[in-house]
Design a protein around this ligand. Structure first.
Ligand SMILES: Cc1cc2nc3c(=O)[nH]c(=O)nc-3n(C[C@H](O)[C@H](O)[C@H](O)COP(=O)(O)O)c2cc1C
Length: 177
C-alpha cells in the first residue's frame, strides 16, 4: 500500500471485528482526521462522541441493530458518533443560504476522513445508517433534537481480506467537457 487510491481501496466496511480493544491514541487520530476535513465557509458543523468504555460499547451495539441487522456490531471495540452542529457561515453567504445548507456534505466529508484514517492505521470501520437514535441520545446524553450524521463502528478487522470494490465504472458516471 502506498498512495491515496490504495488507501481508498483498503478502506472497506468491516463486518467482522476481532475481539481486541482499539488504542485511545488511534481513536484520537481518527478524530483528528475528521477535524481536518473541509467544510463550507470553514464552519466545521460537527462534534464527535467517541465511545470506547467496554461497559457502554455493547449498549451502543444493541442500538445499532434496530431491525435485527448489523449483528456484527456486537464485536466492535468502539463507536464514533458524528453529530451535526450549527454552522456559522460567512456574512455574505449567510444572506443567501440557510446556515445548514452545506452541513450534510461537510459531515459526510468528516465521516469519510475518519474512516480513511482508521484504514490507514489498520483499523476497520463500518458506517451504520440504521440505528435507534432515541436510544443512543438517551444513553449518551445527547439532546434529542440534535441531528446525528453518522454512527461509525470501529475495531480491528478479524481477517486481512480486502474485498473487490463493486462500483459503477468511471465512464458511466463521468463526463469531461
Ligand atoms: C450512510 C451509510 C449507511 C450505511 N449503513 C450501513 C449499515 O447499517 N450496515 C452495514 O452493514 N453497512 C452500512 N453501510 C456500508 C455500505 O453498505 C458500504 O459502504 C457500501 O456497500 C460500499 O462498500 P464498502 O464500504 O465496503 O466499500 C453504510 C454506508 C453508508 C455511507
Amino acid at each position: 500500500m502506498s498512495g491515496f487510491l490504495d488507501l481508498c481501496l483498503k478502506r472497506q466496511s468491516c463486518r467482522n471485528f476481532a475481539e481486541r480493544p482499539v488504542e485511545r491514541e488511534k481513536l484520537e487520530k481518527c478524530i483528528e482526521a475528521g477535524r481536518l476535513a473541509p467544510s463550507g465557509c470553514n464552519s466545521q458543523p460537527w462534534s464527535f462522541v467517541v465511545v470506547d468504555d467496554p461497559k457502554i460499547v455493547p449498549q451502543i451495539a444493541k442500538h445499532a441493530q434496530p431491525l435485527g441487522i448489523n449483528g456484527f456490531t456486537d464485536k466492535a471495540a468502539a463507536f464514533i458518533v458524528v453529530l451535526e452542529e450549527h454552522a456559522v457561515l460567512t456574512p455574505t453567504v449567510r444572506g443567501f443560504l440557510d446556515s445548514q445548507y452545506f452541513a450534510k456534505g461537510d459531515l459526510g466529508a468528516a465521516t469519510v476522513c475518519i474512516c480513511l484514517e482508521a484504514a490507514d492505521l489498520g483499523l476497520g470501520t463500518c458506517i451504520i445508517g440504521l440505528y435507534n437514535r432515541e436510544g443512543l441520545s438517551n444513553l449518551l446524553g445527547i439532546p434529542i433534537e440534535k441531528q446525528f450524521a453518522a454512527l461509525i463502528a470501529v475495531g480491528y478487522p478479524a481477517d486481512g481480506v480486502i474485498r473487490q470494490k463493486i462500483r459503477k465504472q468511471a465512464g458511466e458516471i463521468t463526463r469531461y467537457v
